[in-house]
Structures are given as structure tokens and as C-alpha cells.
Design a protein around this ligand. Structure first.
Ligand code: SPD
Length: 361
């Protein structure tokens, strides 16, 4: 974690990493308390990284590598004590980039599946829920969005959804791993189609650096479609990144960031909310949607707006049903509509209790 305010909202433990296998020497990282137990739970297991397909079943791993720094965890610190499995019909692709391991397989019941570092990123059957929500929650909350940045999102699914908005003129995307884009082009044409929109400008590189160099106030909306914050995506949930994001948004601009599961990651969500309440002076809210193949079956979204024209996330000012051709652009919307948008902000009582102090009321 970097920056003066690092750790301000986190009550996790800073542990040294990279001491065994790192080529870059030891570094420190903060692991949320909910993850520490998992990491301590099976130190005797020698990690066999991503031996994830066993007897015809894929399971999210008991161990994983931190792509850039080659650190091995002896349990998956994001969801200790559980493993999610899909029956494999056929392995279509296995490869390794500079950043991560990439696996594509045909599953028995969810279509093709994209896996990065042993973790399911999307399946053909339920990708609609995540991509549609992370794109339309922010874009339907502001009038006539024109400039949008996607951080991550190399499969192209979020681009496909942004393309439905005819007001949008520029769609920048900054993805660090070119191989993810190439794999999507070959195996997930229904997602890669997002890259074929002429408004898309692809930047391959580090998003934090890209944002630091972006002109102040450049974007109406920034969408952070990352993998889980273990490995290359770790810095995307830290304060310096949120500060850079806020700077790159216009007054009253909006951020929507993947924000994990309220069943599994309350500490992480609290930390993100805390940082964003400090950083974004407009509204900050947590929303969620059902995605059966993500751990615990749900995924969350953190939406924030900068100081400026107020943004009412709960009552979208730019409803998708009123946008010319949006419902059927490229393909029909499968999950998102204005009722789902409003409902996504209703939290179960336990989450309301744990997050409400930090959420807008
Ligand atoms: N636990 C997995 C979360 C993955 C979020 N990113 C998905 C990328 C789809 N475009």
C-alpha cells in the first residue's frame, strides 16, 4: 500500500510479501482481517498453483499466485473455507501472460468460462448480470454521458454495454493484460464485440498510471471492472487510486467499481466505503446483484460521485428504457432494467447495519 493515508481505513495487518519467491525483493501489503485466518489455516500445504481441474471439475483454488510477484497463498484469502466448482466438458485454452494464468473451458451448464489466476471472471450464461449492472448503474445515473473510461475489462463485455448509450462519444479502456483481450477475441466473441465500436480507444498498460496522466475532469464516468484485489488488482481498492480517479472525473462525474460480496468481504467493503466517503464529496452507495458463478453468488458495486451537480443513484435520471435503441443494441438486455437498478441499492438487514454508517442514508 502506498501514499500518506495508506492504512487509514484498513485495520488489517501489514505483512511482508515476496520474501520467498519474489524476483523484486520483499514488499509489504495489507491483508484484510477476514483473509488472515485463511492464510494461516493451511501453511503445511505446498501450493501447486492452479491445479484447478480435477476429475472433470474446475474449482476455485486452494492456492493462487500473485501474478506479478510470484507469491503463493496456501488458501484463497478471498473466500476461506469454500470452493466453487463447475463441471468441465472441455479445456479450450491454457496460457500464462506476464501478469496471470488464463484458462478457458467449456462447462456443462454455464457455457464457456474465463478464469484468471484460478478465479472465475465470467461465464457465458451469467456474464450479463455483472457487465450490465457495472455499466448501467453509473451511466443511467447521469444525464447524457459522453466520456467514459473502463479500467480493466479486457474481455470487452463492459464496452459492449457502454455502447448502448448513444450519447457516449469516447470510450477509453485501459487494460494491463493484452493476452486477456486476445483470448476474448478468440473464445468470447459476444463480449469482444465491445472492442469493435469505433468510439473505443484501447490503452494497454497500468490503469493507475494512465489515470495519473489523464487530464483533470476528463471523464463523465469511470468504471473499474477488475479482478479480485489479490495480485495485479490490489491497488485498485486503495486510497491513492480512488484519489486519482476522483481527479480524472468532472464535477458530478461518477465512479462504479467492482466491490466484492457482502457475504464474504464486509471488511473490504467497509474499507472501500470509508476511503470513498473521504475522497468523493458527492454520493457514495453500495449496490449488489446476483451472479451465480461468483463466490457466494452475489457481487457488489461501489458507486460514487464527485462534488458538483448532485447524482441520485437510487432514482436514475437517464433510464435505459428511454434511450433510443439501447434495449436491443447488439443484443437484448438480459438482466438490467430500471427496477433492478433501484432494487440493487436495497441491502439485507445485516449488510445495512454493517455498512450504513459509511453509506449515504
Ligand atoms: N470474483 C470475481 C470477480 C470478477 C470481476 N471481474 C469480472 C470481469 C468481467 N468483465
Amino acid at each position: 500500500m502506498a501514499g500518506d493515508d495508506a492504512g487509514k481505513c484498513l485495520d488489517g495487518q501489514t505483512i511482508p510479501m515476496g520474501t520467498e519467491n519474489s524476483e523484486n525483493g520483499p514488499e509489504a501489503r495489507v491483508i484484510p482481517p477476514c483473509c488472515l485466518k485463511a492464510m494461516a489455516s493451511a501453511p503445511e500445504l505446498e501450493a501447486k498453483c492452479h491445479m484447478t481441474v480435477v476429475s472433470g471439475w474446475f474449482s476455485e483454488p486452494q492456492s493462487c499466485s500473485d501474478g506479478a510477484r510470484k507469491v503463493l497463498y496456501y488458501n484463497n484469502p478471498m473466500w476461506p473455507g469454500e470452493a466453487h466448482s463447475l463441471k468441465v466438458e472441455n479445456i479450450l485454452y491454457k496460457g500464462k501472460s506476464e501478469y496471470q494464468e488464463i484458462l478457458v473451458f467449456e462447462s456443462s451448464t454455464y457455457g464457456k468460462v474465463l478464469v484468471l489466476d484460478g478465479i472465475v471472471q465470467l461465464t457465458e450464461k451469467d456474464e450479463c448480470a455483472y457487465q450490465e449492472m457495472i455499466a448501467h448503474l453509473p451511466l443511467c445515473s447521469i444525464p447524457s454521458p459522453k466520456t467514459v473510461l473502463v479500467v480493466g475489462g479486457g474481455d470487452g463485455g463492459v464496452l459492449r454495454e457502454i455502447s448502448r448509450h448513444s450519447s457516449v462519444e469516447i470510450i477509453d479502456i485501459c487494460e494491463i493484460d493484452k493476452l486477456v483481450i486476445d483470448v476474448s477475441k478468440k473464445y468470447f466473441p459476444d463480449l469482444y464485440v465491445g472492442f469493435e465500436d469505433p468510439r473505443v480507444r484501447l490503452h494497454v498498460g497500468d490503469a493507475a498510471e494512465f489515470l495519473r496522466n489523464a487530464p483533470e475532469g476528463m471523464y463523465d464516468a469511470i468504471i473499474v471492472d477488475s479482478s479480485d484485489p489479490v495480485g495485479p488488482a490490489q491497488e485498485l481498492v486503495e486510497k491513492p487510486f480512488f484519489e486519482t480517479t476522483a481527479r480524472a472525473l468532472r464535477p458530478g462525474g461518477v465512479l462504479c467499481s467492482m466491490a466484492e460480496s457482502m457475504w464474504l468481504h464486509t471488511h473490504l467493503i467497509q474499507d472501500m466505503l470509508c476511503i470513498c466517503r473521504e475522497t468523493f464529496k458527492g454520493s457514495v452507495h453500495y449496490a449488489w446483484a446476483s451472479v451465480p458463478t461468483y463466490p457466494s453468488g452475489v457481487i457488489g458495486f461501489l458507486v460514487c460521485s464527485t462534488d458538483g451537480p448532485p447524482v441520485d443513484f437510487l432514482n436514475p435520471i437517464n433510464p435505459i428504457e428511454k434511450l433510443d435503441g439501447a434495449l436491443k443494441f447488439k443484443r437484448e438486455l438480459r438482466f438490467y432494467n430500471s427496477e433492478i437498478h433501484a432494487a440493487a441499492f436495497a441491502l439485507p438487514s445485516f449488510a445495512k447495519r454493517e455498512l450504513s454508517a459509511l453509506n449515504d442514508q
